[in-house]
Write a protein that binds this ligand. Structure first.
Ligand SMILES: [Zn+2]
Length: 488
């Protein structure tokens, strides 16, 4: 595998190609905030669409909601965010750079310049705002999407007639007043989450009815024990990890494998991922066993998702503070139960963007240009349409009109065809269609594949169907299957 470019080079690439800009850059930007350009918004929407299809629309056991960003502040009282969602704010005595530390890191961790830290104080990470004209009517921009899935829990369960086990999913913006946003999109102050809270009957937290689907699935597993011995992750099936009691519950194995699979099915390289068990010191008060899904970024292994068993902590908190019964009646046991959350598969949209971009980014020496091998489902633009000569512009435009309602297309007449191919490779357009002088006579056009550069000649009346098949990953005689970054 080729070496990854740095996160800084990725930020430069994203700006140049219209994926991501520093927010309000003409005024100097604002640290931790980003704007998504014409290609970035398409890319982001595609990621969210695929996530929603995979996690919600194709499953009977998960339904979605769209909660508001600002809500009753008691939600954050109950969740503990008002009292506990803070970082220790420190400043380096030498270079004066601000940073944040966990409470147990004070006095132990030094600045990257080697300097010692001064503690400035605690900083709550929620953005505060005032609701309505009266001062003092405080609420917050939500720091996570999770809480309204708990607060709305019983309404959703009843409306959608859900039976345990089931999940509630949500995609939306969240805001954290990070002390030191860094690494481009990786740690920003405004971001978007794709999140599921998965509820299970408290007496049935051991058994996952879907476990068969993932038993043969392989992932690099880094157990707490391997970390103690300073060893690397070992590739194993979920079956083996459960048998050896490395992963303690079927639900964790199921969700870790499922989330890994979501990335890999969309073209990410499976070897750039691992699942890592939290060591004893990392476990939070409610967590029995916690795993992270990690990805190997150019700045090191970083967490993409945390998979913790939250027990019934959140629902019980909302029951207590709101004085509302959020339990469900269970027909099997004939009693009311407060479900446990065994896993909360939660993924930042921007972090997913980075993963797919890093795995797709290739510099092709032979072509002399970057080839962004994004999966066709994620590619911001699906089809490039090039009339070979200025004279053929109107004919090319007709091809564009033929396809534009079915695929996100780009019509490009500027420069040589070679230049146009290079430009389309760089933004990851999977297929380009060229209209040439022969097309006038034989009513055929040429399709060129981004990944193989191979070309086929097809009838215009069959073009739409063929493109649809190609974008679905079907293999076509003499053309080669569409190759995604996974297989490069
Ligand atoms: Zn320093």
């Amino acid at each position: 595998m080729a070496d990854k470019i740095s996160i800084l080079d990725m930020a430069t690439f994203c700006k140049k190609k219209g994926l991501v800009y520093p927010s309000g850059e003409i005024y100097g930007g604002l640290a931790g905030f980003w704007d998504f350009g014409p290609l970035g918004v398409e890319f982001k929407n595609n990621i969210k669409k695929e996530w929603w299809k995979f996690h919600v629309q194709s499953r009977e056991d998960i339904v979605g909601i769209d909660g508001s960003i600002i809500t009753n502040p008691n939600v954050w009282k109950a969740s503990g965010h008002i009292d506990n969602f803070s970082d220790v704010y420190v400043r380096c005595k030498e270079c004066k750079k601000d940073n944040k530390l966990d409470k147990n890191e004070i006095g132990k961790v030094k600045c990257e310049c080697g300097g010692e830290y001064d503690v400035v104080g605690d900083l709550n990470l929620m953005f505060k705002t005032n609701v309505g004209p009266v001062e003092g009517n405080v609420s917050y921009l939500r720091p996570e999407t999770a809480q309204l899935m708990f607060a709305d829990f019983r309404l959703v369960a009843e409306n959608a007639r859900m039976k345990l086990p089931f999940g509630i999913a949500q995609i939306g913006k969240a805001f954290r007043n990070e002390i030191s946003p860094r690494d481009f999109l990786f740690r920003s102050r405004e971001f978007e989450q794709m999140e599921i809270e998965y509820f299970v009957h408290p007496d049935k937290i051991k058994k996952c009815p879907y476990i068969k689907d993932v038993l043969d699935y392989e992932i690099n597993v880094l157990s707490a024990e391997l970390q103690k011995k300073d060893k690397d992750a070992v590739k194993m099936t979920m079956k083996k990890a459960l048998e050896k009691k490395i992963i303690k519950t079927e639900w964790h194995a199921y969700w870790l494998a499922t989330e890994h699979k979501w990335f890999v099915d969309l073209g990410a390289n499976p070897d750039n991922f691992r699942i890592r068990q939290h060591v004893a010191e990392e476990l939070s008060h409610y967590a029995l066993d916690t795993w992270d899904l990690d990805y190997k970024f150019p700045f090191g292994w970083k967490e993409l998702q945390g998979m913790a068993n939250r027990t019934d902590f959140d629902l019980q908190q909302h029951i207590k503070v709101s004085k509302t019964d959020l339990s469900l009646f269970d027909n099997d046991s004939n009693k009311k139960v407060v479900p446990h959350v065994v896993a909360e598969p939660s993924q930042g949209v921007e972090r997913a963007m980075l993963v797919f971009l890093f795995d797709a980014y290739n510099y092709d020496k032979k072509r002399g240009n970057i080839v962004l091998k994004l999966h066709s489902k994620l590619a911001p633009v699906k089809i490039g349409i090039f009339p070979l000569a200025t004279k053929l512009k109107d004919n090319g435009r007709k091809i564009y009109d033929l396809l534009k309602n079915d695929f996100m297309c780009q019509f490009d007449t500027a420069g040589s065809v070679g230049k146009r191919y290079a430009r389309s490779d760089e933004i990851g357009i999977p297929f380009c269609v060229t209209f040439d002088f022969d097309s006038l006579k034989d009513k055929q056009v040429t399709i060129r594949s981004r990944d193989t550069t191979k070309q086929i000649r097809v009838k215009i009346k069959e073009l739409k169907d063929i493109l649809r098949k190609l974008l679905d990953g079907e293999k076509l005689e003499g053309f080669g299957k569409i190759i995604t970054s996974k297989s490069s």
